[in-house]
Design a binder for this molecule. Structure first.
Ligand SMILES: Cc1cc2nc3c(=O)[nH]c(=O)nc-3n(C[C@H](O)[C@H](O)[C@H](O)COP(=O)(O)OP(=O)(O)OC[C@H]3O[C@@H](n4cnc5c(N)ncnc54)[C@H](O)[C@@H]3O)c2cc1C
Length: 439
């Protein structure tokens, strides 16, 4: 089957992807070889939840893997599940949660495929205790254009195992993934919501609470200034123990079309951030919520990315080490506030010390911040150049899964293992991101 007009989540850069959708595992390697013979290179495409250009093929011809959506094996005594790479995290949860199992690591949307989760080695609100997704991948099958299928595990084809986790889809096509799930006593979460007045309060709070709880994340109002710089809401959580196992289907609303101009501007941002802060602060204290609303609040509005208009938006996510985090975050937020840029969603979280097996994994021990900016060519270029300098000087790095602007020198300095990945790259695969930052 052929597919067209696929795009990344931020719609920037706008480069509609076309290609083939092999529906069966047996047809993937042939499709890979055919596509590369025809176009030179291609790229696996999961569900397009990466924001920038790491999921866009350099040739704009992809292999769409979402059709590989079957479960292969599941052992509900041990929580080990093997499924094709196009199965989404939501589909895993729909089977696993009623049986008392949970994903050990989940990003902020359940519409991510297993292949995409491996390729970006995604992380969640419990990085401080579980590390990244790749740490829970027991084994996977890798299809390359230049050899027979490879089974990769921590002790088998180790080079490819390490390079493929966080390998940005460049080492081959992940055909299926075997994952170790996490047992839970409830799918619901017992939460603690705590407003904080500024960044320093967040740093103290997250240090104390993350050490005691499975999950922790904060939303900050990036328009706050002076003594309110970095004010926000921190929510810690643990699985409840009430033996309730359901994945509630939340009412899904949708944004029907992308307006020509983004309604996200400094006035709507200010209003929204003020409203959100006050509303969340009024709910401070303990609570119990279902897992969909804690992990995936944005999934309840289908196509919310259209709110940024036809020009799309960029997410800027970076992590800085503990030692430099305080100063870097102050400088970062000051810069944003002084330009009145700002973001609806500024998500702040602490990353822990657990090392990923992945060569190019993003998290490092420290603090990560993610912000969304409507696309505006000159304004973003000027602002991002200043923000990049802050991240660089702090010894931090940006997240390729979200990126559409990072410079080649910044990427190569922050991810020195890129050359090892380049050595193992399947010559039939090339993304716009990799071409932009390494060639
Ligand atoms: C609302 C939202 C919240 C998010 N929150 C987080 C978060 O908290 N933490 C986080 O880490 N990320 C987060 N993300 C980013 C998202 O988790 C990653 O970008 C993820 O990799 C997207 O997966 P996908 O299936 O959509 O793959 P795509 O975006 O289509 O592709 C991602 C990469 O995977 C490769 N790939 C896809 N399928 C395969 C395959 N079968 N074999 C080999 N390579 C493959 C592609 O080539 C590409 O390099 C979020 C995204 C959104 C939209």
């Amino acid at each position: 089957m052929s597919v067209s007009k696929l795009s990344s989540w931020g719609h920037y850069p706008y480069a509609p992807q076309t290609g083939r959708e092999p529906g069966w595992r047996g047809s993937v390697q042939t499709a890979l070889r055919d596509s590369s013979a025809r176009f030179g290179t291609t790229l696996p495409f999961g569900n397009g939840r990466s924001y920038g250009d790491s999921c866009l093929a350099a040739t704009d011809h992809v292999l769409m893997l979402r059709g590989l959506d079957r479960f292969i094996a599941a052992n509900w005594k041990t929580g080990v599940v093997r499924a094709e790479a196009g199965v989404t995290l939501g589909e895993v949860l729909a089977l696993a949660v009623p049986r008392g199992w949970m994903l050990p690591v989940t990003p902020g949307t359940q519409f991510v495929t297993l292949g995409g989760a491996v390729a970006n080695d995604v992380h969640g609100k419990n990085h401080h205790v579980r590390g990244t997704f790749g740490r829970h991948v027991r084994r996977f099958s890798l299809l390359r254009s230049d050899c027979e299928p490879l089974e990769c595990a921590p002790e088998e084809n180790v080079e490819f195992y390490r390079a493929t986790i966080g390998g940005l889809g460049l080492t081959g096509i992940v055909e299926w993934v075997e994952l170790q799930l996490m047992p839970v006593e409830s799918s619901r979460l017992a939460t603690q919501t705590i407003p904080f007045g500024n960044l320093d309060e967040f740093l103290a709070l997250s240090q104390e609470y993350d050490a005691q709880h499975e999950y922790g994340v904060a939303w900050i109002d990036c328009l706050g200034r002076g003594t309110s710089l970095g004010r926000g809401i921190y929510v810690s959580a643990d699985h409840a123990t009430d033996q309730r196992f359901d994945m509630p289907q939340r009412t899904v609303r949708s944004v029907p079309f992308a307006p020509p101009w983004s309604p996200v501007n400094r006035f709507t941002l200010k209003l929204f951030n003020e409203f959100y802060y006050r509303r969340a602060a009024s709910k401070a204290g303990p609570g119990v919520v279902n897992c969909a609303s804690y992990f995936y609040p944005l999934d309840s509005i289908r196509d919310w990315n259209r709110l940024y208009g036809r020009r799309g938006f960029q997410q800027y996510q970076f992590v800085v080490p503990d030692g430099t985090a305080r100063d870097a975050l102050h400088a970062f937020l000051d810069t944003i506030a002084s330009t009145h840029a700002g973001s609806f969603l500024a998500v702040l979280k602490r990353c822990g010390p657990l090392i990923s097996p992945g060569l190019l994994s993003f998290p490092m021990q420290g603090i990560s911040l993610a912000l969304d900016f409507p696309q505006h060519d000159t304004r973003n270029a000027t602002l991002f150049a200043r923000l990049d300098a802050i991240v660089r000087e702090a010894g931090g790095r940006q997240y390729p899964a979200k990126d559409a602007h990072m410079s080649g020198p910044d990427f190569r300095a922050a991810y020195p293992a890129w050359q090892a990945l380049e050595q193992l790259r399947d010559p039939a695969l090339m993304s716009r991101f990799w071409q932009r930052t390494t060639h």
